[in-house]
Design a protein around this ligand. Structure first.
Ligand code: SAM
Length: 411
């Protein structure tokens, strides 16, 4: 079936119509004519794959990764990085226009990052072969390298393939971009003592096995360290740590700029993870309180506080929806929620808190748009900067500055 691509959707796919139904087709660009095969049929839309390109867009570039069309880790390798940044800016403009009452003039130019080798963490699946899941099945696509993953990780893929992986179903490799340390986590089907790996895999600072929900250290300390800006962070096997280390510094510096910190500020860092944003801003403010649901992240956050000798930060393990139980007073709030955005109680808390400003870090522009609308009679969205934390994928982070409305009749 022949179709022409009209535009792109928010997941980097081309959109066309076939028999009055919308069709989403990955790896296609506006203006291209393609012969397609339907891969999934829904009531309201279909998904398809390209059988043949009849005409190609002048924006299409040569593919540089043999796994692109099967592994599903990247969505935009078929356009230049320059065009990818334009696509992401347009996407954020579209979402703000469609889902909020704000003018898109408040959106600043996107902050770019290195488009290759930026990820400090990778998960490989193992089943006879080592690689990523095929985008449409759970079959493993064997890989020798990945253009998104830190070069230090790519260098050890061959080494890992040479060990006996019969008892391993998943492998996680974490590397520290700035301190050049590497962690290997082997997830095991059966409990096994893997001491022998110490000799075989010397390039790892630490090797850890995982079986029956428990981590066991085979070699090294069980963690690695990395730096973001002036601070050092301890990374355990399951710590949340931004996967783009260089991008994280740019993101955190934007947060700092929007925070407009002063030495009298008491800041709430809500959804603080391992405390990285709070620590990053701590020297510019009077105090920071980090709130996070994951108790292991809070343990890491307290370690990070010690490592960096920070005195004016505290962490509390709490669900954000219970944040009203935190009795401290705050002048400013930073929020960095998961994709789902803010729940009703957290929105209510922020609405009633009467702080000067809110810095909202979001990895999902649609839930972000919903939340700023729910806050709009109390806080005005003043400025927003997209940050490309995940080049070659459709994902785009946002940092936004919201200011308390003094005269509530203003809007
Ligand atoms: C996008 S991460 C942000 C982490 C941190 N700000 C950083 O830059 O590394 C979101 C964090 O929110 C936490 N989280 C998820 N749901 C939560 C909830 N209901 N209450 C508090 N924290 C939550 C997650 O565990 C995760 O650490």
């Amino acid at each position: 079936m022949k179709v022409k691509i009209d535009r792109m959707d928010h997941q980097g796919r081309g959109i066309s119509t076939l028999n009055d139904k919308v069709v989403f087709i990955p790896n296609t660009l506006p203006g291209e004519e393609v012969d397609i095969k339907i891969t999934r049929e829904n009531k309201k839309y279909s998904e398809a794959k390209v059988e043949e390109y009849i005409t190609k867009s002048i924006d299409r570039i040569e593919l540089d990764c043999p796994y692109y069309e099967i592994c599903g880790g990247c969505h935009l390798r078929h356009i230049s990085y320059e065009n990818e940044l334009k696509y992401k800016e347009n996407k954020i403009h579209d979402i703000i226009k469609k889902f909020t009452s704000y003018d898109t003039k408040l959106i600043k130019p996107i902050i770019s990052n290195d488009k290759e080798y930026y990820r400090n963490k990778v998960t490989f699946h193992v089943d006879k072969q080592l690689g990523f899941y095929n985008i449409k099945s759970k079959n493993i696509v064997e890989v020798d390298r990945c253009l998104l993953v830190d070069k230090n990780i790519n260098e050890v893929i061959e080494e890992i393939k040479n060990i006996n992986l019969d008892n391993v179903y998943e492998i996680v490799i974490r590397s520290s971009k700035n301190l050049k340390e590497k962690m290997l986590v082997l997830k095991l089907k059966e409990k096994e003592n893997m001491e022998y790996l110490k000799e075989q895999l010397k390039s790892f600072n630490t090797i850890i096995t995982y079986y029956n929900k428990k981590y066991e250290v085979v070699s090294g300390s069980g963690y690695i360290y990395d730096q973001i800006g002036d601070y050092t962070y301890k990374i355990s096997p399951d710590s949340f740590f931004q996967v783009n280390t260089d991008g994280a510094l740019k993101l955190y510096n934007k947060v700092l700029e929007y925070l407009k910190p002063t030495k009298t500020d008491d800041v709430l860092d809500l959804y603080c993870g391992t405390g990285t944003i709070g620590i990053h801003v701590s020297k510019y403010v009077k105090s920071v309180k980090g709130v996070e649901i994951n108790k292991y992240a809070v343990i890491d956050a307290n370690n990070n506080k010690e490592i960096n000798k920070i005195k004016n930060i505290e962490f509390e393990c709490l669900d954000a929806k219970d944040v009203m139980n935190v009795k401290d007073k705050f002048s400013k709030i930073i929020i960095d929620p998961p994709r789902s955005g803010l729940d009703k109680k957290t929105i209510e808390y922020i609405r009633n808190k009467n702080v000067e400003s809110v810095v909202y870090v979001s990895c999902d522009p649609i839930t972000f748009a919903r939340d700023v609308e729910l806050l709009k009679d109390k806080y005005e969205l003043v400025e927003l900067t997209p940050v490309d934390m995940f080049p070659r994928t459709y994902h785009c982070e946002i940092v936004a500055y919201l200011e308390r409305i003094k005269n509530e009749n203003k809007r």
